[in-house]
Ligand binder design. Structure first.
Ligand SMILES: C[S@@+](CC[C@H](N)C(=O)[O-])C[C@H]1O[C@@H](n2cnc3c(N)ncnc32)[C@H](O)[C@@H]1O
Length: 191
C-alpha cells in the first residue's frame, strides 16, 4: 500500500515528515487562518501546548500571541518536525518562548500545566485515544481549554462524535463546536 493511499484514505498512519511541507503555504493560510483559529483561546503570558505540531504552523502563531513572558510547548513524535520548528522559530525571533518536546506515540511525557491545548489534525494518528485523553486531562488547567480539530478526510463524523463522548466520560465537557474548514472541531474544558 502506497504512502499516498494512506494519506488520502482513512487508514491508521502517522503523517510523514515530508508531507508536512504542504501544511504551511498560501492556500493553507486561506483555508486555516492560524490567527483567527486560535485568537479566542491564546493570550499573553499563557503557557500553551501544540501536540502534533508538525512544522509549527500553529505553534509559531501562538508564540507570537503569548508574548515574551508566555511559553509554547511544541510536541511531536517526529524529531524532524521539531528540528524544523526550531529553525523556523529562530528565524522568526521566537525561539526563546518555544519549548521543543519530543514524545512517544502513547507517551506525552509533559508534566507542566497548560492554559490551552491544541491538537490540529493529529488525534486520528494516536494509537490509544483514551489514554491520550487522560494524559491531556492531567496537564490542562481548570478553566483552560482544548481545541481538538480533526480532518474530515481521515475521521468519519461518527468517530469524532465518539471521541467527544469518550471525553465526556473522562472528565471533560464540550464548551463549543467551532466551524473550521474541512474539519470537525470541538472545544473541551476540564470539569
Ligand atoms: C497531519 S500532521 C498536523 C501538523 C500540525 N498540527 C498542523 O496542523 O500543521 C500530524 C502531526 O502529528 C504528529 N503525531 C502523530 N502521532 C502523534 C503522537 N502520538 N504524538 C504526538 N504527535 C503525533 C505527526 O508527527 C505530525 O507532525
Amino acid at each position: 500500500m502506497g504512502a499516498l493511499r494512506k494519506l488520502l484514505l482513512r487508514d491508521e498512519h502517522v503523517c510523514p515528515w515530508w508531507f508536512a511541507y504542504s501544511f504551511d503555504n498560501p492556500i493553507r493560510r486561506l483555508v486555516h487562518p492560524a490567527g483567527k483559529i486560535v485568537r479566542d483561546y491564546v493570550g499573553t503570558e499563557m503557557t500553551v501546548i501544540d501536540i502534533g505540531c508538525g512544522m509549527g504552523y500553529f505553534a509559531l502563531e501562538m508564540a507570537r500571541r503569548v508574548g515574551p513572558e508566555g511559553r509554547v510547548i511544541a510536541v511531536d513524535l517526529q524529531e524532524k518536525m521539531l528540528v524544523r520548528v526550531g529553525k523556523r522559530a529562530e528565524r522568526a525571533g521566537l525561539a526563546d518562548r518555544i519549548i521543543l518536546h519530543p514524545c512517544g506515540p502513547d507517551q506525552l511525557g509533559v508534566d507542566q500545566e497548560v492554559d490551552f491545548v491544541l491538537t490540529f489534525w493529529m488525534v486520528h494518528e494516536v494509537p490509544d485515544r483514551d489514554s491520550f485523553l487522560d494524559q491531556v486531562h492531567r496537564i490542562l488547567k481548570r478553566g483552560g481549554s482544548w481545541l481538538v480539530v480533526e480532518p474530515k478526510v481521515h475521521t468519519p463524523q461518527a468517530r469524532f462524535q465518539a471521541l467527544l463522548a469518550s471525553a465526556g466520560e473522562r472528565g471533560y465537557e464540550v464548551l463549543d463546536r467551532p466551524k473550521i474548514r474541512l474539519s470537525y472541531a470541538g472545544v473541551l474544558g476540564k470539569i
